[in-house]
Design a binder for this molecule. Structure first.
Ligand code: NAP
Length: 299
């Protein structure tokens, strides 16, 4: 399999740059090799490498900033994805792409199904939905993995921010009324590898959208509690204890972009395709925290 990986320096991209090479020849591209705001750069990369699968882990992910940078968010998350999709359609190759729970408005009380109607409430969500639609409209062979709250050991994320703040402050206020789960890049990469293996061996994996997240339900506050507890157990020096975490509401912490109150995704459709079970979020997240702590101690 010849695999073109885009967005190789992001949280997920870094993980995929380690896992994809077990499947074949991988051309690993960060922004400096392929800039998604540059149509020619995208087309040239595809023409030069002649991949059988394109894996697009690149995205404009600055949710609040997107409210002020609508044009750029759409250029990266929608226009560029449309170009990738039309290249994939032209060459009859697969496009594997990642989307987000933020395509939904969060008003549903149950976990979201792939068939539920999206209704994004922020610019980032609108741009990611436009990317999904561009792929579907192109008619290319595609897998769109909609995932949620990506937290890994590489790149910037909530866990690293909380550990940094907890080393400086003796109390932290964390939102406790947005429900979801963290998803480790390692899990998303494991599913991606399984999907590409299936494609390579002609095992049936229908094109479409698949929800990809660990099992369970928590909030940002719940994640922070688990994180601080594990960090304390590992003797990481922190000024904040679990009991010093204050649960607050979304209304207490206004941000430029609105966030859905419910980010939970029903993953039954994906699990029918997989030969392994998706983990509970605590187990998935605990491995990530171990990795972050190991790196902090080594630094
Ligand atoms: N993060 C989350 O909580 C979350 C939740 C749900 C879904 N997702 C989706 O999951 C996927 C992976 O997210 P992630 O957390 O790995 O994101 P990330 O860490 O923010 O990485 C995104 C990558 O995209 C690259 N990029 C941005 N603009 C680009 C451009 N114009 N040309 C080329 N590359 C560009 C960035 O390059 P630089 O390194 O040069 O900046 C970065 O390496 C994305 O599709 C995202 O929408 C993420």
């Amino acid at each position: 399999m010849r695999i073109l990986l885009l967005g190789a320096n992001g949280q997920l991209g870094q993980e995929l740059s380690h896992t994809l090479p077990s499947l074949g020849e991988v051309k690993v591209c960060g922004r400096s090799e392929v800039d998604l705001t540059n149509k020619h750069s995208i087309i040239e990369a595809v023409d030069a490498f002649k991949p059988e699968v394109i894996v697009n882990a690149a995205a404009y992910t600055a949710v609040d900033k997107a409210e002020r940078e609508r044009g750029l968010a759409f250029k990266v998350n929608a226009e560029a994805v449309g170009i990738l999709a039309s290249e994939a359609a032209k060459l009859d190759i697969w496009l594997i792409h990642y989307s987000t729970d933020y395509v939904f408005d969060g008003s549903k009380t149950e976990p979201y199904l792939e068939a539920d109607t999206p209704n994004p409430i922020n610019v980032y969500g609108e741009s990611k939905l436009a990317g999904e639609q561009a792929i579907i409209t192109s008619g290319c062979k595609h897998l769109i993995f909609r995932t949620t709250w990506v937290i890994g050991k590489d790149g910037h994320n909530f866990a690293k921010t909380i550990l940094q703040l907890a080393s400086e402050r003796d109390t932290l206020s964390i939102i406790n009324d947005q429900f979801g789960v963290p998803a480790a890049p390692a899990l998303i990469a494991k599913v991606t590898n399984a999907a590409i293996e299936a494609i390579a061996t002609a095992r049936h994996w229908p094109s479409g959208i698949y929800h990809l997240a660990p099992h369970g339900k928590t909030t940002w506050y719940g994640i922070a509690q688990t994180l601080i507890q594990q960090a304390k157990e590992a003797c990481l020096p922190l000024a904040t204890n679990e009991r010093d975490l204050q649960a607050i509401t979304t209304a207490d912490y206004p941000t430029s972009a609105k966030r859905p109150a419910n980010s939970l995704l029903d993953t039954s459709k994906l699990e029918k395709q997989l030969k392994f079970n998706l983990p509970d979020w605590e187990d998935d997240f605990s491995l990530v925290v171990e990795g972050i702590i190991r790196e902090l101690k080594a630094a």
